[in-house]
Design a protein around this ligand. Sequence first.
Ligand SMILES: [Zn+2]
Length: 288
Amino acid sequence: MSELRLMAVHAHPDDESSKGAATMAKYADEGARVMVVSLTGGERGDILNPAMDLPEVHGRIHEIRRDEMAKAAEILGVEHHWLGFIDSGLPEGDPLPPLPDGCFAVVPIEQPVEALVKVIREFKPHVMTTYDETGGYPHPDHIRCHQVSVAAYEAAGDYRLYPEAGEPWNVAKLYYNHGFLRQRMQVLQDEFARHGQEGPFAKWLENWDPNDDLLSKRVTTRIECAKYFDQRDRALLAHATQIDPNSFFFTTPMEWQQRLWPTEEYEIARSRVPLTLPEDDLFTGIEP
Ligand SMILES: [Zn+2]
């Protein structure tokens, strides 16, 4: 019974492969049980890869994304669970249009919280990951993912809440993903410059305030996982409708990433065990 369990909660299929994927692959490889929970089916995702913008893909996106997700989970070596809510889509326009009826971001929050509490009480994770209060990206489903995860972390251990959802389970630690860091982008961009190349990040860096320093202000925990970056890339590419293989995600040589930024970053958000910060392991302080 020495098994450790990690649960990563994400808004859409593909989010798990762009946020903390190498960390999950590492823990799975080291013998932990790792489960990804996708809150929605990604039904309103656009086709972002021109090579997949095909007549046979349109109208079947829900089904195709299920297959893509299964492939990504297999590549990462993780278990996967669909919570079953409907993607809210990213509203665009001025003024913004209302969110579609019945989508994840508008259903009463108790519904997804209860559904997630049930999965937590069954899987019994020691550690959960989710997004911070900004969602990490201003998509209504990402912000809702934060709210639902925090509420479910609190509720899962409380026998008075959702008694129909199983026996209470206290998750020991809750983390926020913080992989999208200005400093990482700068370090990689500088390496392109050193090699006399333009680098894909100039525009991003120009529009990103250098004082916006999540690394020193919020990151508490850095996981060394360079060995698993190749799995991370392959999992992301498995979401073929969602990612263009020619995009800037894949232009930085693997060796540079592994040498210059071999970690993925997290912020401890809640803990029921004593902490010593900074940490280099999500399970520090936990005895299975
Ligand atoms: Zn998403």
